[in-house]
Design a protein around this ligand. Structure first.
Ligand code: UD1
Length: 433
């Protein structure tokens, strides 16, 4: 017998059902930073001692990184909010493609693996929904430290020639301040012979967090958080017990949840310096922000249009561009957003339009004319941050929004719906259509 499905039930994958229009109230706790946690996990390869990382978020990307490290011979013990890693028994130089595929952060392994063992073969992570995401700068930097690098059949193979198989410190100038390249090269340089300087380095807080871990492991790093980072290579690094910084992108998303629902919410812990550009745009849009030293309270009533352009840190983060667009879709007036980091990161526009947003694009610029209300609809998040943007829009929309694409959301937001429910949102997860 053929079962005829109602249109709303057709081909629904796991989704969130959000009944919008509720005011939120209360406090939400921010988890550890995904982008820090991923690179800090890879840094376990730098030592044969135990590395304990605390404040770890529960995310599928973290799970994926753990599997990649285990495939290299790392032992791992995961508990509530922490992970213990030991890389004394590394027996592989090449993580398998099946694990690497889909997790760009897997490429982080190449730096520490090469530095510690003199050889690494890591499949190219490939592009993703938001852009091509090359690794040219990573490769150029590894070569400057003495590695021979070839790319064949989709695999980057790096070896350190010579008897000691040890990288040599050197001077690296990055053509663009790539976060991943800066982190890869910091890890490689941490065990190199001599001093390395990285010019035009990324200044993101996650880079500073990695420097903190390398120092906690006995390494020497200066200048992290500025455009010039100096690393003095050590013969060996020891273990450490280290706390991951709070996730600034999750914190920003949650502040936006307060703003888009015109509510009052406290988000904690939140380090204001990590979100400077976002906080000023929220204030420019008419939100009130109060920092209490640990957390930040946002109150929103009327929200005005603002213009913004994504930039490397300390500029406005590309990872909050889509979520901020959801807010501006409900603001008074016309906003202009320019995405200047990734070439294909406006895919959420079409989904927001389905919810009644008035947005027009020209190249990588979106012109957003605020509307009095969004209306609930079935929508799909095309990547991690686009999915978060859909959830935010759903919280504010009239009626019910069904957000699909949860495999993206679960990569980077630790129990988002649970956290939003705890402050009054009506949001439920359905695993099957
Ligand atoms: C990291 C973050 C990601 C964030 C991004 C930008 C992690 C795990 N991910 O990604 O969430 O959106 O920073 O803040 O930390 N580029 C080149 N050549 C290169 C490398 C990069 O041209 O060799 C370009 C990219 O195409 C892009 C820009 O530099 O336009 C930024 O990329 P990058 O900083 O490398 O981002 P990721 O480290 O991949």
């Amino acid at each position: 017998m053929n079962v005829i499905l109602a249109p709303s039930q057709k081909a629904l994958t796991p989704h969130l059902e959000i009944r919008g229009g509720r005011r939120l109230e209360g406090e939400i706790r921010v988890s550890g930073a995904k982008n820090s946690a991923l690179v800090l996990m890879a840094a376990c390869l730098l030592s044969s001692d135990d590395l304990k990382l605390r404040n770890m978020p529960a995310l599928s990307d973290i799970q994926g990184m753990g599997e990649i490290l285990e495939s290299l011979g790392v032992t791992m013990n995961r508990g509530e909010g922490f992970v213990e890693l030991n890389a004394s028994g590394i027996n592989q130089s090449s993580p398998p493609y099946e694990l690497v595929n889909g997790l760009r952060a897997s490429f982080f392994c190449i730096g520490p693996l090469l530095a510690r063992t003199g050889v690494a073969r890591v499949p190219l992570p490939g592009g993703c929904q938001i852009g091509a995401r090359p690794v040219v700068e990573h490769v150029k930097g590894l070569k400057a430290l003495g590695a021979q690098v070839t790319i064949e059949h989709g695999v980057v193979s790096a070896v350190v020639p010579g008897r000691g198989h040890r990288l040599t410190g050197g001077k690296i100038h990055l053509d663009c301040p790539s976060v991943g390249a800066t982190e890869t090269l910091m890890m490689a340089a941490a065990l190199a012979d001599g001093e390395t300087t990285i010019d035009n380095a990324a200044q993101e807080p996650e880079v500073v967090d990695l420097a903190g871990l390398i120092i906690a492991m006995g390494g020497k790093v200066r200048g992290a958080g500025t455009p010039t980072i100096t690393i003095v290579g050590m013969e060996r690094l020891h273990g450490a017990d280290y706390m991951v910084i709070p996730d600034r992108i999750e914190a920003g998303t949650l502040l936006l949840a307060g703003a888009i629902t015109r509510s009052k919410l406290r988000i904690t812990p939140l380090i204001p310096e990590h979100l400077g550009a976002v906080l000023s745009k929220l204030e420019e849009a008419g939100c009130t922000l109060e920092s209490d030293g640990i957390g930040m309270t946002i109150s929103a009533d009327r929200v005005r249009a603002v213009d913004l352009r994504t930039q490397p840190f300390p500029g406005f983060p590309t990872d909050l561009q889509a979520p901020f667009m959801s807010l501006l879709a409900t603001a008074e007036g016309t906003s202009v957003i320019t995405e200047a980091i990734f070439e294909n990161r406006l895919q959420h526009v079409a989904e927001l339009q389905r919810m009644g947003a008035a947005i027009r694009t020209q190249g990588n610029t979106a012109f957003i004319e605020g509307v009095p209300f969004l209306s609930g609809a079935p929508v799909t998040g095309s990547d991690l941050r686009a999915s978060a943007a859909m959830v935010l829009a759903g919280l504010a929309a009239e009626g019910t929004t069904l957000v699909q694409g949860l495999q993206h959301l679960d990569r980077g937001y630790d129990r988002l719906e649970e956290k939003l429910r705890s402050v009054g949102a009506s949001i439920a997860r359905h695993d099957v259509g």
